[in-house]
Design a protein around this ligand. Structure first.
Ligand SMILES: *Cc1c(COP(=O)(O)O)cnc(C)c1O
Length: 304
């Protein structure tokens, strides 16, 4: 990972190597932390912009609410801190990782007044599933690990501990030679990938999992909006594993993975085995939007 100069920690900018926590940090032991993944892009006019800044920070606070955590900063203060961290590091394009977590001071599961700490780091980060994946598609595999039951994992909150499940799924399929894991929900329907939402196309109709067991992605929202604006019918409807095998096209969406085509699932070629027309269309509009090339979607951008 490529280092930058500073990390924002509990309200102050500190040197990258000094942004450390104690080994008795509660979150390190039990996993109660909430985080976000945000991207900043260099736009066509040369300025840099954070994509969906408010949406991400609102979701960070919503996740904290689910986790019974009171973040000791306001929503606006976190937005400002994100911009400040990007500016001080002169990062024109990259990934931003805010995290709020229970710090050290108390052990045991019940902490009456948890010490909530917050940090914001950023660094340069290219295509999460590779440049080749973005242009030619990746190979997915259904994991033997299921996505959390909605009453077990609080699936809509980006809670650190939830990602043990995603890591197990990802490692399992990568070690078997695939690129990304697809998880089924507790009832056996397709849910999402380890860190991305999933869409399929059949006979021109775009379909994505409804927001039940999934983490409701902001990229997913962006793709739904782009589709509606471009006369592509999109439905939020659950689907089965065999429906996925029979799809004409499939792609993943996420801040890290952006819009990544899926060319194969469980060794079955999806459609022609190449990114299809609907995938290519929404992907290219998405990449134009984040670079500030589409008037209507400029509202997604916060220039820094
Ligand atoms: C973060 C995440 C996503 C994608 O959400 P975006 O808001 O689009 O970045 C999808 N699934 C999981 C499990 C995630 O953690």
């Amino acid at each position: 990972m490529e280092k930058v100069e500073k990390i924002w920690l509990d309200g102050k900018l500190v040197d990258w190597d000094d942004a450390n926590v104690h080994v008795l940090t509660h979150c390190l032991h039990y996993g109660l932390g909430v985080f976000e993944g945000i991207r900043c892009y260099k736009c066509e006019d040369g300025r840099s912009a954070v994509l969906k800044l408010k949406g991400h920070v609102d979701r960070l606070f919503a996740s904290a609410k689910v986790g019974f955590m009171k973040i000791p900063f306001t929503n606006d203060e976190i937005c400002d801190a994100i911009i400040k961290t990007l500016r001080v590091n002169k990062l024109e394009e990259g990934y931003i990782r805010p995290i709020a977590f229970i710090g050290d001071g108390e052990m045991g599961l019940f902490v009456k007044e948890p010490n909530i700490r917050v940090s914001i780091a950023c660094w340069p980060w290219g295509a999460y599933l590779g440049d080749d994946g973005l242009s030619n598609g990746i190979r997915g595999k259904i994991s033997s690990f299921a996505r959390h039951h909605v009453n077990v994992g609080m699936t809509k909150a980006k809670i650190s501990g939830n990602y043990v499940n995603s890591i197990l799924a990802k490692r399992e399929v990568v070690m078997a030679g695939y690129d990304e894991a697809i998880l089924l929900d507790a009832e056996g329907y397709v849910s999402e990938a380890s860190g991305e939402n999933i869409f399929i196309v059949k006979d021109g109709l775009l379909k994505t999992t409804p927001p039940t067991s999934i983490l409701k992605g902001l990229t997913r929202d962006a793709i739904i909006e782009i589709s509606k604006d471009n006369n592509i019918t999109v439905v939020e409807q659950r689907f089965t594993r065999d429906e996925l095998y029979m799809a004409d096209e499939c792609f993943f969406t996420g801040t890290a993975a952006e819009v990544t085509p899926v060319r194969e699932v469980d060794d079955r070629q999806i459609g022609t085995g190449k990114p299809g027309p609907v995938t290519k269309k929404v992907q290219s509009i998405y990449f134009d939007a984040i670079k500030g090339k589409v008037e209507k979607y400029k509202s997604w951008l916060t220039y820094i």
